[in-house]
Ligand binder design. Structure first.
Ligand code: NAD
Length: 258
């Protein structure tokens, strides 16, 4: 049996499918990944841009980096892989999506597919949400944030402290509900389709491992050889847009009722 036949076979027979994505699924929409050449970290220190210490030291620089990313995402469109995931999740029962991405491309693809209330877990938060750095009160994100001085940064309407991006930074815990929901999904999934992630960031990288630990299968789509060698893992070497639409179109209907 070829790898793609094996992947299709697992998907056909699954009752519950978990789709787990990383920066690679958005690469073909023009959003750079972190670790690829020319990726977002190039020229910047991750510790300065994605940590509370960095934010407290220079909130203008951190907000400017997130503003640059937010504007870039706004100009991007969901690609064929996002669209295929959205259609699949809408048409087939028992499908959930967890993304490590902070862009909104899965959500926009879901709405375009006619799914107004998609279940997509944004594991690391979102570029389009903010909360208070001190009391965590959420706030409405302005269309544009003026990052030229501390005086123009958004502040909390309750306690007056700076607002911060609602993104889980290095050294911070995943939101409790997100972690609990993800745990539940990964312990129940028969198949985890892993798209475009280096699996280097924890605890996110435990998700496919947890599916394996519960007796499920993993299908990995990535152009680079990753280090996920396991008898229950099939690796499809190619980009998200090359593989995801075909793999999901052909297994749109489950053989087993969910
Ligand atoms: P990563 O940069 O560590 O890894 C990206 C992976 O995608 C690599 O394994 C690479 O081989 C693969 N890839 C590159 N092009 C691809 C393509 N066209 N199709 C399929 N795969 C492709 O990113 P990560 O694993 O997601 O983890 C790091 C963190 O990066 C996450 O926490 C995430 O929040 C953050 N991030 C998010 C975005 C975004 O929201 N779009 C962008 C960059 C980073």
């Amino acid at each position: 049996m070829t790898d793609i036949d094996q992947a299709s076979d697992w998907l056909y027979n699954a009752k519950k499918v978990l789709i787990f994505t990383g920066a690679g699924v958005s690469a073909e929409s023009g959003i750079p990944t972190f670790r690829d050449q020319g990726g977002l970290w190039a020229g910047f220190s991750a510790a300065d841009l994605a940590s509370l210490t960095g934010f407290d030291k220079d909130p203008c620089q951190v907000w400017a980096w997130y503003e640059m990313r937010r504007q870039r995402v706004r100009q991007a469109e969901p690609n064929a892989a996002h669209r295929a995931v959205a259609t699949y999740a809408k048409e087939r029962p028992g499908v959930s999506v967890i993304t490590q991405n902070v862009d909104d491309l899965h959500q926009r693809a879901a709405v375009a597919a006619g799914d107004d209330d998609p279940t997509i877990i944004s594991y690391h938060g979102s570029l389009f949400r903010m909360r208070c750095r001190r009391c965590s009160l959420p706030g409405d994100m302005p269309h544009v944030i003026d990052t030229t001085s501390r005086d123009t940064l958004p502040t909390c309407r309750q306690c007056g402290k700076f607002m911060r991006p609602d993104i889980t930074w290095f050294g911070e815990a995943i939101h409790r509900k997100v972690a609990d929901d993800s745990d539940q999904l990964s312990s129940r999934a028969d198949v985890c389709l892993v798209i475009g992630t280096s699996l280097e960031v924890y605890p996110a990288a435990f998700i496919p491992k947890q599916v394996l630990a519960h007796g499920g299968h993993v299908i990995e789509i990535n152009p680079e050889p990753e280090t996920f060698a396991h008898p229950e893992v099939v690796q499809l070497r190619g980009t998200a847009c090359e593989f995801v639409p075909d793999v999901l179109r052909d297994t749109r209907y489950a053989r087993v009722a969910p």
